[in-house]
Design a protein around this ligand. Structure first.
Ligand code: SAH
Ligand code: SF4
Length: 333
């Protein structure tokens, strides 16, 4: 049986005409799945009974099962989903007055092992398929923003990521604006360049965390493979191709990368590309040996960057009490 909920309309069409259905039923099926979130062919009431049975026999609709649901005192919600093969992932929902943002996982665990990240300390199991990525958004009601910043490295699962983005963006689906979606990467240069050529207005964030190779390699082993110069080269191409800047994410680690010398290096790096900076306070977890920078230190760092003309914001911490904040997702029951 084939998974139908990760297919584009023309692909559904191709499959169903083989079964003898009319081509136009493809968009009806797509609407049921992606707009109405119907997970059962029997409920697709504008299809004949015979066709509904035919579809049930030929395709399956994957389901994410909520195994645990927690709510933080700041309103942030965290979902632990069980996948069909028994693996688990986590998804975070942030509901603000004017917008609802879902933070989506792209892999079960993460193979990149950054030393400050809880996901990186878990065992990597596999990539999510496109349906599992889309499902995390479709299970939440009325989402306006999607950030691919949950478990895993999105650019190591590039094709499924792009398929999910296109289906979420589709007018026939949830119609989430491309500019309302942000992909965060640890920095895979060839994928950054390719992403810039997709012709989509999806935003890009790059987890920098250190502005020199020695320190960055210590914090993020992927830097050994793709050092800062290669990253800069890729971002410049992305900037040129899209006309857009990237956001550098910078997790503040006490006495590691929060010194005023670090500001100089980071500012110099920002001058080589078009970028703004998001400072993130380290969210502690039991596998992390580092401590968060002092709040006054984060503020001073921000001021110093702003004085150098680099747009900088401090990202607000969310859901730490339920381990739902950046870098705290482990995907365990
Ligand atoms: N793999 C991708 C996306 C997921 S991580 C990436 O690395 O970009 C999303 C963000 O969380 C990254 O910017 C990362 O630097 C940050 N992060 C990881 N661990 C953290 C922690 N313990 N505290 C705060 N932020 C963390
Ligand atoms: Fe993976 Fe991103 Fe965590 Fe690094 S910060 S281990 S790339 S999820």
């Amino acid at each position: 049986m084939k998974d139908i909920d990760a297919l584009y309309i023309p692909e559904i069409r191709e499959e169903i005409v083989k079964l003898g259905l009319k081509p136009f039923a493809a968009s009806q099926i797509f609407h049921w799945i992606h707009q109405k979130q119907v997970r059962n062919f029997e409920k697709m009431s504008n299809l004949s009974k015979e066709n509904r049975e035919l579809l049930s026999k030929s395709f399956f609709l994957s389901d994410l099962i909520v195994e645990k649901h927690q709510r933080s005192k700041d309103g942030t919600e965290k979902f632990l989903f069980k996948l069909h093969d028994g693996n688990h992932i986590e998804t975070v929902l942030m509901d603000d007055e004017d917008r609802k943002t879902v933070c989506v996982s792209t892999q079960v665990g993460c193979p990149l092992g950054c030393c400050f990240c809880a996901t990186g300390s878990t065992k990597f199991a596999r990539d999510l398929n496109a349906a599992e990525i889309i499902g995390q958004v479709e299970q939440m009601a009325r989402v306006n923003n999607v950030v691919f910043m949950g478990m895993g490295e999105p650019f190591l699962n590039y094709d499924n990521l792009m398929r999910a983005i296109r289906i979420l963006n589709s007018k026939d689906g949830l119609n989430i604006g491309a500019r309302k979606m942000t992909v965060s990467t640890a920095g895979i240069p060839d994928k950054i360049i390719r992403f810039g050529k997709e012709g989509l207005q999806v935003r890009l964030a790059v987890s920098l965390n250190a502005a020199n190779n020695e320190l960055r390699s210590k914090l993020m082993p992927i830097n050994e493979k793709y050092p800062i110069n290669e990253l800069v080269h890729a971002i410049r191409q992305y900037n040129k191709e899209t006309g857009r800047r990237v956001t550098f994410e910078y997790v503040m680690l006490k006495k590691i990368n929060d010194n005023l010398d670090d500001v100089e290096e980071l500012a110099a790096l920002c001058d080589r590309v078009k970028a703004n900076v998001n400072l993130i306070q380290l969210n502690p977890h039991d596998k992390c040996a580092h401590e968060p920078s002092k709040p006054e230190c984060v503020r001073a760092f921000k001021e110093a960057l702003s004085e150098k003309g680099i747009e900088t914001v401090i990202r607000i911490r969310r859901g730490t009490d339920i381990s739902a904040a950046c870098g705290q997702l482990k995907g365990r029951p």
